[in-house]
Design a protein around this ligand. Structure first.
Ligand code: IMP
Ligand code: MG
Length: 181
């Protein structure tokens, strides 16, 4: 385990199990559709989870990407998520699957939902790897979340602190001394 981590939250094997379950849930939900849903990765945090989930799905999906930034380099959200890179496809009349790394304050999700429904999407389904319910500032939740955590700052498998640790293949709790200097 990386030396900056205090403990492991999800190992590579545990992540693989969560991915399989999330993909099966999406397959069940979208199997009947005639138009493939549009799966959107909220970058950068969801990049690995997104790639793993869409590849584990049996249902045909189309892919798109959006970069949203809300943190700067602290561990607390600014509450004003900024769209740094927009989608390249239209969501009009589409079933949209938003794939997130973590729902924390909920501000990012609220913003994404307003934006995507405002552009005329037919439906909006959110799958998140993590949920931090204790930190919620706005009442919103993912339709499916894989793992609930307390008020801890976690990194790895896409999740960062100041753009670091994203490429760890597992997820762990970052030692407080790293960000409380
Ligand atoms: P929000 O507060 O729900 O808007 O979440 C904003 C974003 O903050 C998430 O999509 C993550 O990218 C990031 N974030 C929230 N909690 C953590 C964490 O524990 N580790 C790393 N990133 C986090
Ligand atoms: Mg994110």
């Amino acid at each position: 385990m990386n030396k900056d981590l205090e403990s492991l939250v999800l190992s590579e094997d545990q992540i693989a199990e969560k991915v399989k379950d999330a993909a099966a849930w999406l397959d069940e939900r979208f199997k009947a559709g005639d138009t493939p849903p549009l799966a959107i990765s909220v970058l950068k945090g969801s990049v690995f989870f997104f790639c793993d989930v869409v590849r584990a799905m049996q249902t045909p999906v189309q892919l798109d990407f959006m970069t949203v930034s809300s943190y700067g380099s602290s561990t607390k959200s600014t509450g004003v998520p900024k769209i740094v890179m927009d989608l390249s496809s239209s969501v009009q009349d589409r079933d949209v699957i938003l794939i997130e790394d973590i729902v924390d304050s909920g501000h990012t999700l609220v913003r994404m939902k307003e934006l995507i429904m405002g552009r005329g999407a037919k439906s909006f389904t959110v799958v998140s790897l993590f949920d931090k319910p204790a930190r919620r500032a706005v009442p919103i939740r993912a339709d499916y979340s894989c793992f609930e955590i307390g008020d801890e700052f976690i990194v790895g498998y896409g999740l960062d602190y100041a753009q670091q640790y994203r490429n760890l293949p597992y997820v762990g709790i970052l030692k407080r001394e790293i960000y409380e200097k």
